[in-house]
Design a protein around this ligand. Structure first.
Ligand SMILES: [Zn+2]
Length: 173
């Protein structure tokens, strides 16, 4: 499956993703195609809507303590629901759909989720640290929310200006 990353301000990113009901070959093929595109663009998380598929699917691959991103740590999360959230933490986030921008975002420190794996089995996961932050970032994508939506009014204005400039430069370079 040939996939490309959808970038802001493409309106596709604002779509609400639909629940996955069939855990079939089509889903597996999408998941298998999402992994290389995330790795090749140096991402640690990717939601299906970022490759123009509006379904509740996300993948995460957090680097280990040595900073290695190994496929055995790959998480495929379908139809996630946050069941518990606690604490507060600030982390400098980026997004494959908003290239080259990084901003401090406040999120819950720890979360628990229920989700399904690629075969439809129900699972639970408790997450903290970067994994917790990344899951919250990706679940936002399923609701059409981007991390830049969480910026203050003045930071958002500054972002829009800089982003426009970057798009223009990219067009002419
Ligand atoms: Zn993102």
């Amino acid at each position: 499956m040939q996939l490309t990353i959808v970038e802001y301000p493409n309106k596709k990113l604002r779509e609400i993703s639909k629940e996955v009901k069939s855990f079939d070959e089509k889903l597996h093929s999408l998941l298998d195609s999402m992994y290389p595109i995330m790795i090749n663009t140096n991402g640690i998380g990717l939601a299906a809507i970022q490759v123009a598929h509006a379904i509740r699917v996300l993948i995460l691959n957090i680097p280990d303590e040595e900073g290695e991103q190994t496929k055995e740590n790959l998480l495929e999360i379908i139809n996630p629901v946050i069941t518990q959230k606690d604490g507060e933490s600030v982390y400098q986030e980026g997004c494959l759909s908003v290239p080259k921008f990084y901003e401090d975002i406040t999120r819950y420190e720890t979360i628990s989720i229920n989700y399904q794996d690629r075969d439809g089995n129900t699972k639970t996961l408790e997450a903290d640290g970067l994994l917790s932050i990344a899951i919250q970032h990706e679940i936002d994508h399923l609701e059409g929310i981007l991390f830049i939506d969480k910026l203050s009014y003045s930071r958002r204005k500054k972002f829009e200006k800089e982003y426009k400039r970057m798009l223009k430069e990219r067009k002419y370079s």
